[in-house]
Design a protein around this ligand. Structure first.
Ligand code: ARG
Ligand code: ZN
Length: 838
């Protein structure tokens, strides 16, 4: 490749050498979009327009010989590229995003992941505007073209699919470090960002070095080039991208310091840096044969980053966060119009399949394989996978085959997880026999019909169950693998009726259906030695109360919160043996999403009201305890250690409960807002105030704006807390925010902060008058004209269409049709919305 970079007129010369892999007569069919073809040469001879066929999407050159060379020159305009795929401008720099199908917007090429090529890339550009010219691999030559222009040539020794190609040009600052691999090679590490922001990259750098060490220790995987670069950019459709040797990141996943980043920002940065780094082996060295295999690299890499985060932080808390993500995003996705197996059978637009199912559920499938094989055989399976497939483009079957070879376990029935969608429900019954002293659990799985198969074969999965006696003493733990529709697990030598701790750590991505007494749940909350299941018990206890409360509210007969429930929570708040982050999770009631999920007709209003009713009752009953904890935790020093994060987490949860105990506490929240020394405390207080619109809210919002208006990333938080507000005026405020200088509809982070968060604000998005639907539809129509990926992503907000009450359904339908009726709607948005109405 020979690329002359320019903001509006970039010239791309591609010289390809192609070898024919078939005896048959064949044409060369190259993908290419959004560019102007300037010339084509075949074996050095310029072709005339009659010699090839050019369409909006393809360049077809007939009669491929055994071996030919093609020289293709085209022109692209990075400034006009608002889709942010291919080569585009982000603020002052030029960068690229090619996964999955962006490379075809750069040049004409066979844009599919199983075409692995060796890339040599010469970048030429203006010296002042683009002092930095980066691509994959190692720089092999640099020099001046003339007094104003220079060039750098990069060579990537590893053949790669074009989706891993990257280019960056600009005038950026950087930080550098080195890493010595286990075998003693020294690797230069560089992180690039806007000048002046360099010092905010050190957390990302330290996360990178930890990831490199971890991958060597756990999997024996070393980095393979002499240089590893990360570039932070402002405008990016997703989180980040694993381009070989040159990762490109959404700046939100790089920049951090205590004043400006929250604890979750710190943790997300650690996880995303690790995720992209881990792709160097799982994704880059071994890649996907086609995009149906996306979970091959994504499910596996998410599993790897989850394990990394668990080793760096508190394992149980990580697992709880993953389970929450699964329940709040993946389960609803799978129950909605976009339901698909982790290895989809078909797609209109592959960009729409970078989903919670492919990523998060994909990781759950790998986790189950890990549970079934055990740690050692899993590691052996990974070794076999790389021995066999390094440098190749393979399938999920190939991965599973490596695991079979390593473990001797047959994954035949397990593989249904790859091809069947739907969240199984596992109904459980218990049977204690006092004479035989046996305890039996019978499990029955059912999965709702989904489009890809009418007849579901039973799934295979591990069931991990613990038993406690009624005093909380641990009795046993057992792992079975269930592969039939029904399964029985039997424990012997059980002297009295026990309490089961089911699907420990959610050993399979299923809905566990079992009725526990409140009493048993209280025992589990206190004594289960598995902290994830202490959390699960707390969630179930809350559900035992929330579900009847919702029904009561629907019938207009509100019920009181029983004393024993409040007592149990009181004990939990006081229990010093529970880690503070775990305590915060245990005391957070199940999300509104998880409350409406099982409903035939979703009723957000009642779910929100029921939750609020119970929260207020907990708050008023335990206000003195919450206050005590706030005092106790307010004095703690700041660090980003897990302990320190846990303290802030619990303190801020206590403050949020206090805000529900009465408006008299809003002054206290405001005091905490003003006293905050870090972004976690500051934004948490602001967000609490936004749920209680008051003069304190306005003062804090104003103050926050004055303080941070020049920092784009922080202003996204300011936008988000307002879009998420319970205030009656929220939609109006959102409309106002659109014209705030901090907002920019061309920037995906800002669209997510304003429109994405609003779409998740159930009370307002699902407003009875349909105003939320109409508003979002208008935004989607507009955004679709320049950034289809983001428009399609926002369109998934309509996923509850089929389950709405009739009046809302009619309103939502109108909104969806207004989008579908638009001429030239992208196939991204069209696919999502057509499936929504179907
Ligand atoms: N491979 C990237 C990651 O997992 C995500 C790229 C997504 N790109 C897209 N256009 N959907 O980090
Ligand atoms: Zn990934």
């Amino acid at each position: 490749l020979d690329i002359s970079l320019d903001d509006t007129d970039t010239r791309v010369k591609a010289s390809l050498t192609l070898t024919k892999n078939t005896q048959e007569n064949a044409d060369i069919v190259l993908n290419g979009e959004n560019q102007t073809l300037l010339s084509v040469k075949k074996d050095g001879i310029e072709l005339s327009q009659d010699d090839y066929t050019l369409t909006d999407t393809h360049l077809i050159i007939p009669n491929l010989a055994e071996r030919i060379t093609l020289d293709i020159e085209s022109r692209i305009n990075p400034s006009k590229n608002l889709a942010l795929e291919g080569i585009y401008k982000s603020d002052t720099i030029i960068c690229s995003q090619n996964e999955p199908e962006g490379f075809r917007r750069i040049t004409y090429f066979i844009d599919r992941p199983d075409i692995l090529s060796s890339f040599t890339t010469k970048l030429t550009g203006n010296k002042t505007q683009y002092p930095l010219l980066l691509s994959n691999g190692n720089p092999i030559e640099r020099g001046d073209v003339d007094s104003k222009t220079h060039f750098v040539t990069w060579e990537d020794p590893f053949p790669k699919p074009c989706y891993l190609f990257a280019v960056v040009a600009g005038d950026l600052g950087k930080i550098s470090d080195t890493f010595t691999t286990k075998s003693g090679r020294s690797v230069l590490l560089e992180i690039y960002t806007d000048k002046g922001q360099e010092e905010r990259c050190w957390h990302a750098m330290s996360s990178l070095k930890k990831s490199m060490t971890w991958d060597e220790d756990l999997f024996g995987l070393e980095y393979d080039l002499d240089i590893f670069m990360i570039v932070a950019v402002d405008a990016f459709n997703m989180g980040a991208m694993e381009n070989k040797g040159l990762n490109i990141f959404n700046a939100a996943y790089i920049l951090a310091d205590p004043k400006t980043a929250t604890d979750s920002d710190f943790k997300n940065i650690e996880a995303v840096v690790a995720h992209e780094y881990f792709h160097n082996w799982t994704g880059n060295r071994v890649t996907c044969r086609d995009w149906f295999q996306l979970t091959l690299k994504e499910g596996l890499t998410v599993f790897r980053d989850q394990e990394f985060s668990s080793d760096m932080n508190v394992r149980a808390i990580e697992r709880i966060e993953n389970i929450k993500r699964l329940r709040n995003f993946q389960f609803p996705e799978e129950a909605g119009p976009m339901t698909h197996p982790i290895r989809p059978e078909s797609y209109e637009e592959i960009n729409n399949f970078y989903t919670a199912t492919v990523y998060e559920k994909g990781a759950e499938i790998i986790r189950m394989i890990h549970t079934i094989t055990g740690k050692e055989a899993f590691r052996k399976g990974i070794d076999i996978y790389f021995e066999k497939f390094d440098g190749m483009a393979v399938t999920t079957e190939d991965f599973v085959a490596a695991m079979e070879e390593a473990s001797g376990y047959s994954f035949d029935t397990f593989k249904h997880w790859y091809h069947q969608a739907g969240t199984p429900t596992v109904s459980i019954e218990e049977n204690y026999d006092p004479k035989k002293e046996t305890y039996a659990l019978s499990f029955k799985q059912t999965t709702p019909k989904t489009p890809e198969t009418s007849h579901k074969k039973p799934f295979t999965f591990p069931i991990v169950v613990g038993l406690l006696d009624k005093q909380g003493q641990a009795l046993a733990e057992k792992t079975d693998i269930m592969s039939e529709e029904i399964h029985t697990m039997t424990f012997s030598n059980i002297k009295s009726p026990p309490i089961p701790s089911l699907f420990r750590e959610l050993s399979a991505p299923v809905i566990v259906d079992f009725t526990f007494s409140d009493q048993d749940l209280a025992v589990l909350m206190t004594y289960d030695k598995n902290p994830v299941n202490q959390y699960e018990a707390a969630q179930r206890l809350a559900l035992n109360l929330l579900n009847p409360t919702i029904l009561a509210l629907q019938k207009n007969t509100p019920i009181a919160v029983p004393a024993h429930f409040l007592d149990t929570l009181g004990h939990c708040i006081e229990n010093d043996k529970i880690n503070l982050a775990l305590k915060a999770e245990m005391l957070t009631l199940p999300s509104v999403i998880s409350l409406v999920e099982p409903m035939q007709v979703v009723d957000y209003d009642s779910a929100i009201a029921a939750r609020k009713h119970i929260v207020q009752s907990i708050a008023t009953t335990h206000a003195p305890l919450f206050l005590k904890w706030v005092m106790k935790l307010s004095e703690k020093d700041f660090s980003i250690s897990p302990e320190s994060m846990a303290q802030r987490r619990f303190k801020n949860l206590c403050l949020s409960y206090l805000s529900e105990a009465g408006d008299e506490y809003l002054k206290l929240i405001y005091t905490h807002y003003k006293a905050a020394t870090n972004m976690t405390d500051q934004i948490s207080a602001l967000s609490i105030l936004c749920q209680h619109p008051s003069s304190e809210t306005n003062q804090a919002l104003e103050h926050f704006h004055t303080t941070w208006k020049d920092n784009a990333l922080i202003m996204n938080k300011w936008i988000a807390v307002q879009a998420n507000s319970s205030a009656a005026t929220t939609l109006n405020n959102v409309l106002h925010l659109e014209s705030n200088p901090s907002f920019d509809k061309k920037n995906p982070n800002k669209c997510r902060a304003l429109y994405g968060v609003f779409a998740g604000n159930h009370a307002h998005f699902h407003a009875e008058d349909g105003s939320g639907y109409i508003f979002l539809a208008e935004k989607i129509i507009d955004i679709d004209t320049y950034n289809p990926s983001i428009a399609a992503r926002l369109s998934t907000a309509f996923k509850k269409y089929k389950k709405l009450d009739k009046p809302r359904q009619a309103k939502m339908k109108g909104a969806i049709l207004s989008i579908l009726n638009k001429a030239d709607l992208s196939k991204n948005t069209k696919e999502i919305l057509t499936k929504t109405l179907a």
